[in-house]
Design a protein around this ligand. Structure first.
Ligand code: UDP
Length: 475
């Protein structure tokens, strides 16, 4: 009797902690709330990045995380090969590995879910005659831009960033040309062609899961449902299933009590600015100096996850989690002068736990979508400091649509943000009453989000619909 057995889905994760984390969280959520069994297939490169150790554990009974044999693209890349191109190459190399892993399973899985970079594995589901889905671990707005990129590609001449006006996506918030996702910055680069291809392939799935929720992006989600121009490029349904974030670990039980948490315990309520650029963000040496001096100038408390500055791209550490641990690149005397108000953490902090701590009053963030959701659902307002990927788009949404963040006047990817501007933004977040409105807005969104994930809530219903479709195809 097939109806009495648990559904079993395969979820494919592309390399990078920022990709594996949301996939494992989805698997855990499907297990805990819907009794679904998952096998997470993790695509990885040979050099085992230390960041792999930081991925949350899967649900012990229902989630299995399988590392696929490493892929090797060293012969395919040169020093100019961009991150998205590299990701797509890795995922292409992995297709036969995914096929073998699935073929070796005792029982045919009931569905395949791939993350943003895994769409080339969707035909494997076609061969097995099981439903196939894409998991968009970013916003619905980013998804809209991606699936509409093949149309923009035909309609617009020249670089997007040189367009005089905003880019229009049917039924959605306008996109400022400078806010486009990285692959759209240069139409001559291979990562642009990969990105447009991805946009087309998403339309060949049976549906797209997005880590967002109705009240966060009502306009875009409505466009997917009702706008004819949008529906003609993306026929499969879009399912808002979020916000899925990593649950806070109770520090005592998990044995996570650390110096950092002890230090936070001693600070006043909402007084500390948390500074972190995700799993792989790096600053230039000049920007590191200005940020440090800006923090000092603000005279506010801070907890800063530092990595040594980059000589190259801001996304250089994405696959490796690299970035030296020395602190000799900080301005002379900075550590000494800020020792009473500041705390540095090398490379990695328990971000979810930090954001949930009552002493934290603001988050200077690179606006990775996981970090953004974690901040919103902790009621912490942000300084939006986008660096790469689709982070400029996320920043625009956090500031303009959601009203939970402030940002520098000029994008940090265009110009070094000076110390005075840093200090001003930090004071706005920690000192000013204005920040209370942002905090209230985030808290309001959190309540709505929590209800949406409960049985009968909008995100929970989205998942139930997907599971019903999977079950229906089973017979
Ligand atoms: N993270 C963390 N500690 C750190 C940096 C990052 O726990 O010091 C976690 C963070 O909580 C989030 C993820 O790593 O869940 C980063 O994902 P995000 O989408 O924000 O950015 P990405 O790393 O993909 O750029």
């Amino acid at each position: 009797d097939s109806s009495s057995r648990k559904l079993h889905v395969i979820i494919l994760s592309s390399p990078g902690a920022g990709h594996l984390i949301p996939v494992v969280i989805l698997a855990n959520h499907l297990a805990a709330e819907h009794g679904v069994r998952s096998t997470v297939l993790q695509v990885r490169i040979a050099e085992s990045p230390e960041s792999n150790l930081l991925v949350p554990a899967g649900d012990r009974e229902l989630v299995e995380i399988v590392q696929l044999p490493p892929v090797d693209i060293t012969n395919l890349v040169d020093p100019d090969t961009k991150v998205v191109t590299q990701l797509c190459m890795m995922m292409r190399e992995a297709v036969p590995l995914v096929r073998s892993a699935v073929a070796a399973m005792d029982r045919r899985p009931d569905a395949l879910i791939v993350d943003l970079f895994g769409s080339e594995s969707l035909p494997i589901a076609g061969d097995l005659r099981i439903p196939k889905y894409v998991y968009c671990t970013s916003t619905a707005w980013f998804l809209a831009l991606t699936v509409y990129s093949p149309i923009l590609d035909g309609e617009i001449e020249g670089q997007y960033v040189d367009q005089p006006g905003h880019l229009e996506i049917p039924g959605c918030k306008l996109v400022r040309p400078e806010d486009v996702a990285d692959p759209m910055l240069d139409r001559g680069d291979q990562q642009y062609r990969e990105y447009v291809r991805m946009g087309k392939e998403f339309a060949l799935s049976d549906g797209i899961l997005v880590n967002t929720f109705e009240d966060l992006e009502p306009k875009t989600l409505q466009a997917f449902r009702e706008n004819e121009a949008m529906k003609s490029v993306l026929k499969p349904p879009v399912y808002p299933i979020g916000p899925l974030t990593r649950p806070v670990q109770l520090t005592q039980t998990a044995g996570l009590k650390s110096d950092v948490m002890d230090w936070l315990d001693k600070q006043p309520n909402q007084s500390v600015l948390f500074v972190s650029f995700g799993s792989g963000g790096l600053l230039s040496i000049q920007q590191t100096t200005e940020l440090a001096l800006g923090l000092e100038l603000s005279q506010q408390r801070f907890l800063w996850v530092i990595r040594s500055p980059t000589q190259g791209g801001v996304d250089e550490a994405f696959f490796t989690g690299k970035g030296g641990a020395e602190d000799d690149y900080l301005p002379k005397g900075f550590l000494d002068r800020t020792k009473d108000i500041g705390r540095l953490v090398l490379k990695w902090a328990q971000q979810v736990e930090v954001l949930a701590h009552p002493s934290v009053g603001g988050f200077l963030s690179h606006c990775g979508w996981n970090s953004s959701l974690e901040s919103i659902t902790s009621g912490v307002p942000m300084i939006a400091w986008p660096l790469y990927a689709e982070q400029r788009l996320n920043a625009a949404m956090l500031v303009e649509e959601l009203g939970v963040a402030v940002r520098p006047e000029v994008l940090p990817t265009k110009k070094v943000v000076g110390r005075e501007e840093v200090a001003k933004m930090v004071r706005t977040l920690i000192e000013h009453k204005d920040a209370q409105a942002m905090r209230d807005r985030a808290k309001q969104l959190t309540i709505i989000a929590t209800n949406g994930l409960k049985e009968g809530g909008s995100s929970s219903k989205s998942i139930c619909k997907i599971l019903l479709n999977i079950e229906a195809k089973e017979n």
